[in-house]
Design a protein around this ligand. Structure first.
Ligand SMILES: Cc1ncc(COP(=O)(O)O)c(C=O)c1O
Length: 370
């Protein structure tokens, strides 16, 4: 179906990238990088120009998330998946509780599960459902996923933890626009290829003093922690505005550009803009009888990733393919392992509301003219 569908010129979006990661990286950032000429790429990550970028990111994120002065921003190679292991190995003393609600939260739990010297507990809800907290007082780390990218479910609140517990939040696809008080988190981490419009392969972790103290305590125990996963080395290097091993300079350049741009607006305004975009998609889904909201409970419906089911009469995959072939929209297909007839559309900060309006019109036109 949809092989002959064409998009009227007036509906062509200004940018075809609606995917949930890697996300829309503004072409202007690439232009700015080009303008650094021979003075950044190919220079040392232990020297001035690169360290200036790291310092700006660290200060920029602390200011954007309004975290206390003694919180530290740690950047390293490997992305959020890498941190799944790094947290299990280097932050968990005896036991971790994972709240799981989709592919990424489950993947994190599976990583912890492989570490034989810690205990793990999973508190799981079905896909499409939001997390509901239970008693996790027996654990010294509590793990939640701010925005479950596979299902478009976000947290409606943070779990309570006591002074001896760490709250670890995988904020990969929500950081920066899904509401979250980072000053209540101990390890708030993300990869920058989502809301922060950069590329993959890098992690950013915002650590509370409590998390730093815990990493020191765990490091003192007689456990094997690979050097590349040492929190001590990561923290020490970041205190010097560098990274433990050689990073992707361009990735951090793009991240810095995005942090600066988002700081001009501020977190509250960015959240407000996300809400407006979410309203566009969710109201459209409510209005059309061939569409359905996948996340039924409004309070868990994501402000960063919209998941919208489609009547089985209209194969979403065929339309996704046609729109990609036409270079109109990339990456709007459902998360592959979810296996639903669904569109999954990023509401990330750089995706324009006007373009989302156009996209809804395009999809409606394709379906209704069938
Ligand atoms: C919620 C969440 N956690 C973790 C990851 C893994 O990130 P990375 O591939 O950068 O390791 C993703 C990737 O999409 C994600 O969406």
């Amino acid at each position: 179906m949809f092989e002959n569908f064409n998009v009227p010129n007036e509906l062509t979006p200004s940018d075809p990238r609606f995917g949930c990661g890697p996300s829309l990286l503004p072409v202007e950032y690439v232009q700015s990088l080009l303008e650094t000429g021979p003075h950044l790429l190919g220079t040392s990550h232990r020297k001035g120009p690169f360290k200036k970028i790291v310092k700006e990111i660290q200060e920029g994120l602390k200011s954007y998330f309004n975290v206390p002065e003694d919180y530290e921003v740690v950047i390293g190679n490997g992305g959020a998946t890498f941190l799944f292991d790094m947290i299990g190995l280097g932050m968990v003393d005896k036991k971790i509780t994972h709240y799981t609600c989709g592919e990424f939260s489950s993947k994190w739990f599976k990583s912890s599960k492989l570490i034989p010297w810690i205990e793990q507990k999973e508190i799981n809800v079905d896909y499409g459902q939001g997390v509901v907290y239970e008693d996790h007082s027996d654990s010294d780390v509590v793990a939640v996923t701010l925005n479950e990218t596979s299902t478009g479910v976000q947290l409606d609140s943070l779990p309570q933890v006591n002074d001896d517990q760490l709250l670890a939040v995988d904020a990969t696809s929500g950081a920066g626009q899904v509401p979250c008080d980072v000053s209540k988190c101990d390890i708030f981490f993300f990869s920058p290829q989502k809301v922060f419009a950069s590329e993959g392969g890098t992690f950013v972790a915002i650590l509370s003093p409590k998390a730093i103290a815990r990493s020191e305590k765990v490091q003192e125990q007689d456990r094997y922690i690979p050097e590349i996963m040492s929190w001590k080395l990561a923290i020490d290097n970041n205190r010097k505005h560098s990274t433990y091993n050689t990073p992707s300079i361009s990735t951090l350049f793009f991240l810095n550009e995005q942090v600066k741009a988002m700081n001009v607006l501020g977190l509250d305004r960015v959240i407000e803009l996300s809400r407006e975009k979410a309203d566009v998609l969710y109201n459209w889904a409510k209005e059309k009888d061939y569409l359905d909201l996948y996340v039924k409970d409004e309070k868990f419906r994501s402000l960063a990733v919209a998941t919208i089911d489609v009547d089985d009469k209209y194969p979403a995959e065929d339309l996704c393919k046609r729109l990609a072939d036409l270079k109109i929209a990339y990456g709007i297909d459902a998360y592959r392992k979810l296996g639903r007839n669904q569109f999954r559309i990023a509401l990330f900060h750089n995706v324009k509301k006007d373009d989302l309006v156009k996209l809804t019109k395009i999809i409606s036109l394709a379906i209704e003219s069938n």
